[in-house]
Design a binder for this molecule. Structure first.
Ligand code: PEP
Length: 259
């Protein structure tokens, strides 16, 4: 049975003090909410990962970076390599977020190169994908998912036990307040699971976590997490307030008990 992963993507928010303050507060709640069935992850900005890590070192809260370079090392100003992230022993790194695809022109090939770099150093990627509004309206959602899955996972053999987390994030629902209905999210995520089954194996499809992301909040998370193919959430805006984030962790615990 898959567990639930509740990941907070802080994007470019919180300075060092705010990061430390949140990490301390979350640490106080973490023992209550983190269970074998609910995994807690937060993704602060690069420069404050170490600081958050120090605070959370004896806690079950796990950390993710928000991106990684596709390069190994050298003259790539502003970039951070997978090896550098691995030297921090980070368990997770977000890759292919729609904001990277949209504002930094990241292609499926680039996302694929980043996934490969992370897997080589033992960091589990949280691989984001999803359609834009015009693609959904043109009934191209599944075609887009096919292309992003195929391109992003090229040359990655998931059958060998490689762990990646997939995050289905319809672009039209990110930061817009427009959440996909639980049925829309479930349909797309069932499609992704079926794609994994067709292209890898039933075991892979049953093992991999598929998160939903896009305007998840305390008041809509219950129904989303109750869907059979939604194994957690990647949460932007609503992960920035400790009371909202912990409310969602509590919900995850309740849903997981009943699921
Ligand atoms: C995200 O950043 O991945 C995200 C889903 O953002 P939001 O929850 O704010 O829509």
């Amino acid at each position: 049975m898959r567990h639930l992963l509740i990941a907070g993507n802080w994007k470019m928010n919180k300075d060092v003090y705010e990061t430390q303050h949140f990490a301390k507060a979350l640490k106080d709640y973490a023992d209550k909410y983190a269970t074998p069935k609910v995994e807690i992850v937060i993704a602060p900005v690069y420069p404050f990962l170490s600081s958050a890590q120090q605070i959370l070192k004896d806690s079950p809260v796990r950390l993710a970076a928000q991106d990684v370079s596709a390069h190994e090392d050298g003259a790539f100003t502003g970039e951070v390599s997978a090896t550098m992230l691995a030297s921090l022993h980070l368990p997770y790194c977000i890759v292919g977020h729609s904001e990277r695809r949209q504002y930094h022109q990241e292609t499926d090939d680039l996302v694929n190169a980043k996934l490969i770099k992370l897997l080589k150093v033992g960091i589990n990627p949280i691989f984001c994908l999803g359609e834009r509004l015009e693609q959904r309206e043109a009934n191209e959602t599944y075609q887009v998912l096919d292309t992003q899955l195929k391109g992003g996972l090229e040359d990655i053999n998931l059958v060998t036990g490689v762990e990646i987390v997939i995050a289905y994030e319809p672009v039209w629902a990110i930061g817009t307040g427009k959440v996909a209905t639980p049925q829309q999210a479930q349909e797309a995520q069932a499609y992704i699971r079926n794609w994994l089954e067709q292209n890898y194996s039933t075991k892979v499809a049953e093992r991999l976590l598929i998160l939903y992301g896009g305007s998840v909040k305390p008041d809509n998370i219950t129904e989303l997490l109750s869907q059979p193919d939604i194994d957690g959430a990647l949460i932007g805006g609503a992960s920035l307030k400790i009371e909202h984030y912990t409310a969602m962790l509590e919900t995850a615990g309740q849903v997981r008990k009943d699921k």
